[in-house]
Write a protein that binds this ligand. Structure first.
Ligand SMILES: [Zn+2]
Length: 136
């Protein structure tokens, strides 16, 4: 499952950072993530996968994942137009929880609204990063 591999990556990254700082006897209460809206992550599934993975890791178990959403920005290599998710779907307010339910939206998004070209580049919006964490 998609979310499990991301959850594993979070566990590895945070454990590595704790080790580097010699903070192995602590309890992490919050982990802050930057997630692009094109990464198709379901925040609830991600938290569930994380909880399952960390059930036996006292340092991490119970930590809450806080997600900062990075809006998508796409550029057409043919005509140079730059657009985003909101421009194509102004009626949608919350991006991530919706976009993961409708992956076909991504296909629409990856087509230039001006010239129709699919020779496009994701400028931002497909990232997944652990930006920090808080210790109890
Ligand atoms: Zn174009």
């Amino acid at each position: 499952m998609h979310e499990t591999s991301y959850a594993l990556m979070i566990v590895d990254t945070v454990m590595e950072a704790l080790k580097e700082k010699n903070l192995e006897d602590v309890k992490v209460k919050k982990i802050i993530l930057r997630v692009g809206e094109l990464s198709l992550i379901d925040p609830i599934a991600l938290q569930n996968a994380f909880d399952a993975l960390t059930a036996d890791i006292p340092v991490l178990s119970g930590a809450k994942l806080e997600i900062e959403i990075v809006s998508a920005k796409i550029r057409c290599n043919k005509c140079g137009k730059i657009w985003n998710f909101k421009e194509l779907y102004p009626e949608l307010k919350e991006n991530i929880p919706i976009i993961h339910l409708y992956p076909h939206i991504v296909a629409d998004l990856l087509k230039c609204p001006k010239c129709g070209s699919t020779d496009v580049e994701i400028v931002q919006g497909d990232e997944f990063q652990v930006v920090g964490f808080e210790i109890e």
